[in-house]
Design a protein around this ligand. Structure first.
Ligand code: F6P
Length: 381
């Protein structure tokens, strides 16, 4: 019998965090289980900072379904298995502090910890599970790149925001005969770019999974001009790479070992410049950035998050620890965290979004790829 459980939200914010938190609490409350939330994800677990969560009328988790962000915060780049510690003499050391976290959970009497996050968060969750902690994951990220699930919460909202941006860019493109480039997020996967390009009726979509030849995009634009269409809309994933080219990185951070220190950015501007030079048409680049992560979730994300939260609590009550809620063949289900981490087996060394991490990229036989090709969206190959 479960008595007390804790939730942690980790990684970049997405719309839907609060909807998952609410669904876990509501399902717990209906079963007489107390809910707590660690503050700022794994950092809160390490510092043992947590709050009681309740959906009663004036309580902290009341009315949170449509709210963006996370009421219990979230931390990025907190790999507690390889944690950056600054020593008094200013030097930096990396330490495995996971034992402190495990002890905290034992001392607090939490029967299960729900880990809401992307591949990095779930890698640490799996590592904690191997060290004896009861954990259940919930797959979050706008990038939609967590293994074993067809969709992560937050993704649909990001695609909706990107689609609206494409609609709006059409207006300027059409009026001024310009090439309008939209750079979207997604890290090393092209889901947001591809799906929003289809939803927004873009002409070209460049994604990390298909290294692009700029001449292929130029040809598409020229073909459009030939039939009287004097503007084009191009969606560029931040992780898009030119054939024989390199990832376009805005800066390299120093957030620690085993986390992704690449801050992507600039792929859209690069494409816009090339297209202007090669077509002679004026080009403009818009970088959508954090607009994709913030604000209220779509109805789809509210429902998905609620399904995920309720299912996570159900799995906990069934004692199915070391698992993660997923959508498989369109149905709510669960997978093991072991499957989610794939070959990234070594405990602690690497958390997420690194070359070693296991992420779900767009496959060439995906319906989205086939659909894009069928309707003539140029994918840069
Ligand atoms: O993983 C989510 C995401 O928004 C990516 O799409 C993007 O590359 C990255 O996070 C940005 O990270 P940060 O919040 O550290 O700038």
């Amino acid at each position: 019998m479960l008595k007390k459980v804790a939730i942690l939200a980790n990684g970049g914010d997405v719309s839907g965090f609060n909807a998952v938190i609410r669904a876990i609490i509501k399902t717990a409350e209906r079963n007489g289980i107390e809910c707590y939330g660690f503050i700022e994800g794994y950092k809160g677990l390490l510092k043992n900072e947590y709050v009681r969560l309740s959906t009663n009328n004036d309580a902290n988790a009341s009315g949170i379904l449509p709210k963006g962000g996370s009421i219990i915060g979230s931390s990025t780049n907190a790999n507690v298995f390889n944690y950056k510690v600054e020593l008094p003499n200013g030097e930096v050391e990396y330490k495995d502090l996971s034992d402190i976290c495990i002890q905290n959970v034992k001392d607090d009497g939490f029967d299960c910890v729900f880990t809401l996050g992307g591949d990095g968060t779930q890698k640490s969750a799996r590592d904690f599970f191997l060290r004896g902690m009861n954990v259940i994951g919930v797959p979050k990220t706008i990038d939609n790149d967590v293994e074993c699930t067809e969709i992560t919460f937050g993704y649909n909202t990001a695609v909706s925001v990107a689609t609206e941006a494409i609609d709006r860019l059409h207006t300027t493109g059409e009026t001024h005969h310009r090439i309008m480039v939209l750079e979207v997020m997604g890290r090393y996967a092209g889901w947001i770019a591809l799906e929003s390009a289809i939803a927004g009726g873009a002409d070209i979509a460049l994604i990390p999974e298909i290294p692009y030849d700029i001449n292929s995009a130029v040809k598409k634009i020229q073909d459009r001009i030939a039939v009287g269409k004097k503007f084009s809309v191009v969606v560029v994933a931040e992780g898009a790479i030119q054939k024989d080219g390199e990832l376009v990185v805005e800066n390299v951070r120093n957030n620690g070992k085993g986390v992704d220190n690449n801050k992507l950015g600039g792929a859209g501007e690069k494409v816009a410049k090339q297209l202007e030079e090669l077509t002679g048409l004026e080009s403009r680049c818009t970088v959508l950035g954090y607009m994709q992560r913030g604000g209220t979730p779509t109805a789809y994300d509210r429902v998905l998050s609620t399904k995920y939260g309720a299912k996570a609590m159900e799995l906990a009550m069934e004692g199915k620890f070391g698992t993660i809620t997923v959508i498989k063949n369109g149905k709510l289900d669960y997978a093991t965290l072991e499957d989610v981490v794939g070959n990234n087996k070594e405990i602690g060394a690497v958390s997420g979004n690194t070359p070693e991490s296991s992420i779900r990229k767009v496959k060439m036989d995906d319906d989205l790829i086939k659909t894009a090709r069928n309707i003539g969206i140029c994918l840069g190959d």
